[in-house]
Design a protein around this ligand. Structure first.
Ligand SMILES: [Zn+2]
Ligand SMILES: [Zn+2]
Length: 103
């Protein structure tokens, strides 16, 4: 057994999907988020991937304003898009989880 929290110094060569979050967004908010993500993802191209998928307004916009302000209100307008953010964990060849396959 290895300690998953121990630092490994080998270079990462594999990525496995860690988590996916979904946010429903209305038209103006998905545009904002796209612009933001283009800036913020620049430095981390291999650890996160972001997709915007259009939907037919069956959900309300999840966008909440400035999280640091006191008056946080959820947008609530019908959503036109879903933002899918996939976080990936990077592993070296030895530590890559093999999903139960034995070698
Ligand atoms: Zn919105
Ligand atoms: Zn490793």
């Amino acid at each position: 057994m290895f300690d998953p929290f121990a630092a490994c110094e080998r270079p990462a060569t594999r990525a496995s999907v860690d988590s996916t979050t979904e946010d429903h967004l209305c038209e103006p908010h998905q545009r904002d988020e796209r612009q933001e993500s283009e800036k913020s993802l620049d430095g981390y191209p291999s650890e996160q991937s972001l997709q915007f998928v259009s939907i037919n307004g069956e959900a309300a916009c999840d966008y909440v304003g400035d999280l640091l302000s006191d008056s946080v209100t959820r947008c609530g307008v019908s959503a036109t898009h879903v933002k899918l953010l996939t976080q990936r964990a990077l592993y070296c060849e030895d530590h890559f989880p093999r999903n139960g396959d034995s070698l």
